[in-house]
Design a protein around this ligand. Sequence first.
Ligand code: NI
Length: 285
Amino acid sequence: MSTLTALPTVVLTREQIQFFQREGYLVLDSVVPPEEVERMREIYDKLFASKAGRAQGEFFDLGGTDEEGKAEALPQMMNPSRYAPEIAVGQFRANAAAIARQLLGQHAEFKQDFAICKPPGSAVPTPWHQDNAYLDPKFDHNNINIWIPLQPANLENGCLHFVPRTHLSGDILPHHSINNDPRIEGLECDQVDLAKAVAAPIPPGGATIHHTRTLHYAGPNNSKNPRRAYILEFEAPPIKRSVPHDFYWQKARQTSRNRRYATIGARTRNTLYRIAKKAKKLVKS
Ligand code: NI
């Protein structure tokens, strides 16, 4: 039996669905009830304070070399709901699942959650990229990321920016590791035409949604508070390609995150896999 009993309180209009399909992103002002934002923020801060999942490579520095004992430029956590399942429970989950089905079709499924916390005063932007550049090149991925800030997201603290309509081509643009440093996990698109870029500020409780082929960026955090983003990824069934994409930038990377993952042993990896499967079931409606 599903543990997700809430009915969605958000229904996209035909205009919103058409806007997303044409432009590759969507801005919504109200997806998460205010009390849930507060509750999630508490759980989120504890998870980041404890660097949950670091030993397994699930907590890492997206924007730096990720050395032991060094402060992260851009701390990222994969699968926070593995470490604190309560972060995944709430009205917002029903809303996110319903939005995903409206945008990707009835076969849309929750794939994973992740979180990027930009420290106060961090001068490091999240560079322009397409999320698909991180994914398995053997497939064409038709995914969305629902990006939920746990405080206002604005130009001062690093809201998302998009280049509209960049999702329309099935080809993924060339990417490279940030600073061309293969030790850094984060990827940057080689060339971006910024003339058409748009910023997407949102209040707490809002969300931006983008196709994982849409070029996007988040600025530095010039505020005095962390810029917390919690992200839910949903996917339509991926399509196996006859010829894989050539994502040569993935082969070049040598991150300490991957080294940590490789050293944990098959038993821990199996446990992680089981927990992930359970978390996936939890959010299925
Ligand atoms: Ni991204």
